[in-house]
Ligand binder design. Structure first.
Ligand SMILES: Cc1cc2nc3c(=O)[nH]c(=O)nc-3n(C[C@H](O)[C@H](O)[C@H](O)COP(=O)(O)O)c2cc1C
Length: 293
């Protein structure tokens, strides 16, 4: 009822853990993988990064604001950690980087990955993430470089801040197997007592319910112009949100900030979707894009 095929990979349901929110430990991924259709790791680069000083994550009224700064261990140590991933759902390793030789090494290092996600959209690290996605030509080169190193599916993760329709169409031509949209969107918060920005990096990325209508429109727009699957991400916190994204055209969805508030979210979403499909006598895959007709 909830099973889907995503770029040739069988998922028990369309609910995927979004990159980064639960950090870089296998034990946390293992908990989530029991109920999720797939899990995406924290983004990793060949060298590893310390990230920004605390405060780096702020919980506010409509979601989270974070500037973690792509903090992650070096690829080799992260791969060692991932050896204890229990494989109860497919593993998607999120990569950042733009040099062919780094991507090539990371494909080899992360041999346990079922697919790769390319982070072209992190809003708070200069020269990585969103800065790369702004350059359509460079983004296509990176996708081509990664595709030339692996037969596994490559998902390009974009931002609603990009010229996302043009970028996604070009990435499809360059060989991307799916598009995930959106990453967090740039934002900030000020502490009125100290009269200073709260995040040590001053600004960061907004996630959670605040960005849901924006991400939903991105999915709707991309479904119209792409042949490859679209994965919706942004502000999903209940099963109605999941259904909206699927009806807008998402083959699968990613859930990030909601996990911060409840580790059981995948279980409850899954159960609610089964109940919805039973009541409507349909499979989840029957609903992809129905809002367009
Ligand atoms: C604390 C935190 C860390 C994140 N780290 C990453 C990351 O390493 N790579 C990435 O592509 N996205 C990262 N994201 C973005 C999420 O994967 C997701 O795209 C975004 O939060 C929107 O989804 P949500 O509203 O369900 O949280 C991070 C988000 C948060 C809140």
């Amino acid at each position: 009822m909830l099973e889907i095929d995503l770029c040739g990979i069988k998922l028990k349901n369309p609910l995927i853990l979004a990159s980064g929110v639960i950090g870089s430990f296998s034990s946390s991924l293992n908990d989530i993988a029991r109920d999720a259709g797939a899990v995406v790791t924290k983004s990793v680069g060949i060298k590893g990064r310390e990230g920004y000083r605390n405060p780096s994550v702020v919980n506010w009224r409509c979601g989270l604001l974070n500037a973690v700064g792509l903090a992650s261990p070096p690829a080799e140590s992260f791969a060692e950690e991932l050896r204890s991933f229990n494989k109860t759902s497919p593993l998607i390793v999120s990569l950042y980087g733009n040099r062919q030789e780094d991507l090539s090494k990371m494909v080899e290092i992360f041999s346990m990955a079922d697919a790769f996600e390319l982070n072209l959209s992190c809003p708070h690290v200069k020269g990585a993430g969103m800065d790369i996605g702004k350059d359509i030509e460079l983004s296509c080169e990176i996708v081509k470089a990664l595709k030339s190193e692996t037969d596994k599916p490559v998902i390009a993760k974009l931002s609603a801040m990009h010229d996302y329709v043009e970028l996604a169409k070009s990435l499809e031509k360059a060989g991307a197997d799916a598009i995930a949209i959106s990453n967090t969107l740039p934002g900030m918060k000020i502490d009125i007592v100290s009269r200073k920005p709260i995040l040590s990096n001053i600004s960061g990325g907004v996630s959670g319910p605040a960005i849901k209508p924006i991400a939903l429109k991105c999915v709707f727009d991309l479904y119209k112009v792409l042949k490859i699957p679209v994965i919706g991400c942004g502000g999903i916190s209940n099963f109605e949100d999941v259904l909206e994204f699927i009806m807008a055209g998402a083959k699968a969805v990613q859930i990030g900030s909601a996990v911060y508030f409840s580790k059981r979210i995948f279980y409850s979403l899954k159960e609610s979707l089964v109940a919805f499909c039973r009541a409507n006598n349909c499979k989840i895959s029957d609903l992809v894009g129905v809002a367009h007709s």
